[in-house]
Design a protein around this ligand. Structure first.
Ligand code: ZDP
Length: 364
């Protein structure tokens, strides 16, 4: 039985699966794009903008995160998603405000911190402004970032590109409501200037500390919010001379506070993240088990605490043959001696436990 939790950050919603103890099978940790598409489908599946996996770290970090867009493609980083993951960790492990996590992502080590008001402030790392690192074929312009002009059906658009581990194009416009959003969004997402495709942000500058964007996401289309996009937009607006180093970035789903102090070093993003529901994926929706080793989720053995060395015996990649045999034997005996009903009870008990813990914490 595959448990998941649904979380959202400004309406950007994700399914989170906890595999920090190596308990998730290959079919989940290396998911088929078709399965992710089905899971994220708002009619035939659970419905979400993406799937987030919490996995054992590969180096000296608390955990590793993988994020898959609703179309099944993998992204390097996600801003709203990593706030949701941190909130999930706090809900699951009972972490107090002030807790910081070091999370491995393809975009590098990202550090969210739980705030007293329950929001997450995230050290998003430094922006990428070198064309190859974004990646884009636009060259660096007079403002110190890749800039250029794009012709879309006779419309000359001034665009700028910034990387936050994942690619973003920022398009300043006068009015967010009158632009041909869908046409420009889908055209720019796959524009040849962006060899890995790109997330697209149409930007209205209200004043130097208040920006507003409409988001067309790579691999997801229109979303209510994009955290990495809000950060990329602030960086571009600062370099283009349109904004100060601290601004509120308004999105359809709500606002984020973003800062880039001294135009060097990390971008900081602060915003909310909330649990929506916990669930169990039915066998019909479960991923097709890919290999013999892939025997479905196993029982986690030990409690987790942040900032301690997360590497548990038997979870690191160099698992000994004995450990593997022991784990497989444990799984086989668990499956043999555990009826479907008691598996279901186990699943619902731990879901209940987490929900009760969340209520307790929010009440105190
Ligand atoms: O880079 C991409 O493909 C994005 N669609 C990934 C998701 C980004 C996200 N919306 C964010 O908040 O940064 C989660």
């Amino acid at each position: 039985m595959f448990q998941f939790s649904k979380y959202q950050g400004l309406g950007n919603d994700f399914l989170i699966m906890d595999g920090r103890l190596g308990q998730l099978p290959d079919s989940v940790t290396h998911p088929d794009a078709a399965w992710v598409q089905l899971l994220c489908n708002r009619h035939f599946g659970v419905g979400a903008d993406g799937l987030i996996l919490a996995l054992p770290p590969e180096a000296n970090a608390d955990l590793r995160m993988r994020i898959f867009n609703a179309d099944g493609s993998e992204a390097e980083m996600c801003g709203n998603g990593i706030r949701c993951l941190a909130r999930f960790l706090a809900d699951s492990d009972g972490n107090p405000p002030g807790t910081r996590w070091a999370i491995e992502t393809p975009a590098g080590l990202i550090r969210p911190e739980l705030q007293p008001d329950g929001q997450l402030r995230v050290d998003m790392g430094s922006p990428f402004l070198i064309p190859d690192q974004i990646p884009t074929t636009l060259s660096i312009g007079p403002c110190g970032l890749p800039e250029g002009e794009v012709d879309l059906n006779g419309h000359q658009l001034e665009v700028a590109a910034v990387g936050m581990g994942n690619p973003h194009v920022i398009v300043p416009v006068d009015d967010l409501q009158t632009i041909p959003f869908v046409h420009w969004g889908e055209s720019l997402e796959v524009h040849p200037f962006f060899p890995a495709k790109t997330n697209v942000h149409f930007l209205k500058v209200h004043d130097r500390n208040h920006l507003e964007i409409r988001v067309w996401e790579r691999g997801a289309g229109p979303t209510l919010a994009c955290g990495t996009g809000a950060c990329a937009t602030l960086v571009a607006a600062v370099l283009l001379g349109l904004a100060d180093e601290l601004a509120e970035v308004k999105l359809p789903g709500g606002s984020l506070l973003v800062s880039w102090t001294g135009r060097t070093g990390p971008v900081l993003m602060t915003g909310p993240a909330m649990a929506v529901f916990d669930g169990v994926i039915t066998p019909e929706l479960a991923p097709v088990l890919s290999t013999a080793k892939d025997s479905g989720p196993t029982q986690p053995s030990e409690e987790l605490t942040p900032d301690s060395d997360q590497r548990q015996p038997g979870v690191d990649s160099d698992v000994s043959a004995e450990d593997e045999a022991a784990a497989l034997a444990k799984v086989a005996s668990f499956l043999e001696n555990t009826s479907l009903d008691s598996m279901l009870n186990l699943a619902s008990e731990s879901l209940e436990e987490r929900t009760r813990a969340r209520y307790e914490r929010d009440r105190t």
